[in-house]
Structures are given as structure tokens and as C-alpha cells.
Write a protein that binds this ligand. Sequence first.
Ligand code: SME
Length: 160
Amino acid sequence: MYDFSPDPDRPKTEIYAELASAAAAIVDGERDGVANMANLAALIWQFVPSLNWAGFYRVIENELVLGPFIGKPACIRIPLGQGVCGAAAAEGTTQCVEDVHAFPGHIACDAASRSELVVPVLSDGKVIAVIDLDSPDLARFDDDDVSGIEALARIASAAL
Ligand code: SME
């Protein structure tokens, strides 16, 4: 039904612009948050190379609860403030971690993960979820990845 074919040789900023358009199109008119998160996780997986995990955690009653994702089975509940996801949710700020082994309290769901990018999804100024990307490569994520996934989080905000 949806056939998005990103060209991996294009500049990253163009790939992220294409990801944003695909994301806006795929959630357009759909009000089921689980369906939208599942499709957005699939799009991240399709557009962003060198990942071993991509998906959502939702803020539910002072903790993060696992949402739709692609990758190995992961920790289901994470207290706010714990790990990289918990820090992003508690502070409402993007966490771009070059080496997860050097991040105090990092929660290792997949031992292969070496770097991680977590972006909060905000609604009316409150964190309602986070988007979590893990990579087996050290320092996988740069400023282009941060802006690209932050743009995706803005699209996700109205779709959850
Ligand atoms: N590493 C994360 C936990 C979630 S998994 O990576 C999917 C953390 O430290 O919050």
C-alpha cells in the first residue's frame, strides 16, 4: 500500500525531508495512535540505516511503557529519569549519546547497542512519548539525525 523507497546515496538532510513527508502522509486522517506509531517506527527503520532498534515508549502514569517498535524485544517499563529514554522524558530534551556504555544508568535492552538517540514527543508542552533509536555503531547519530528525528516527533505529536 505504501511504497517509499529512500535513496541511500542522497544527502542525509534530503532523506530526512523525505521521511518527514512520508510520515505526514502515513498518519494523515488516521486517529489510532498504535497504528500510527507502528507505521512511524517502520518508516524510521526503512529510512535510517545502521539501526538495531527503533520505536516508541509512551508516558503513562510517571513511567515509560513500551510502544510499537522494530528490533529485539525490549524492557517494558522504564521509570522517568532512568536510562537514556527516562532522561529524555524527565527533562523533555533530546538525548544524543555517542557511547551508551559511558551513559550513567543506561538500560541495555540489546547488548549490541553502542549509541542511542532519544527524542521526546511533546503535546501542549508535556512529554507524551519518546522516539528511541539504537545503533550498533559508536557515535552513529549527528546533528542531522537529531533535527530529522525532532521533525518526526513534531509530526508524531498530533498522531498519537
Ligand atoms: N537503552 C534505553 C532503553 C530502551 S532500549 O534501548 C530499547 C535506555 O537506556 O533508556
